[in-house]
Design a protein around this ligand. Sequence first.
Ligand code: PNS
Length: 158
Amino acid sequence: MIIALVPGSFDPPTKGHLDVVERCTGLFDQVVVGVVHNPSKTPLFTAEERVEMLQACCKGWPNVRVESFEGLLVDHATKIGAKTVVKGLRAVTDFDYEIQMSQMNRHLSGDVVSLFVATKPEFGYLSSSLVKEVARLGGSVDDLVPPLVAEALKERLG
Ligand code: PNS
């Protein structure tokens, strides 16, 4: 069984994230979406809320499981038997950050391989931070996030 871990903050999940997860569903036997729970950060949505949103968004993909994790990514990958970590790349600006993380992860565990998936061009400008800012300022995020996430943003941000 080939398992991939797709980690992230997902605060909140966007259509860009889901595009990456969907691409993985056809490549791996099992795809584990790992929501990072970092107790030193204050996200807009709790890890439980992010897991619930992602579970609802991914319910059409039988080989996807969503869970949260704390601590090192490579430790979680090893724990669940994932040798591959998949991240989306929107543009060259993501590359600097992602290559640094993947090399650090390789230093921490030579068993875990990072793979990068290019996001759809139409999601190249999309980020959770911008989605939150637009929603906070009253703009529409309907094209950027699934309806249940748009609803959750409206409830949380008024
Ligand atoms: O969606 P993001 O914020 O780009 O995801 C970043 C994430 C969660 C993949 C990264 O912060 C992470 O791996 N966190 C777990 C802690 C860890 O292993 N840190 C060292 C990585 S170099």
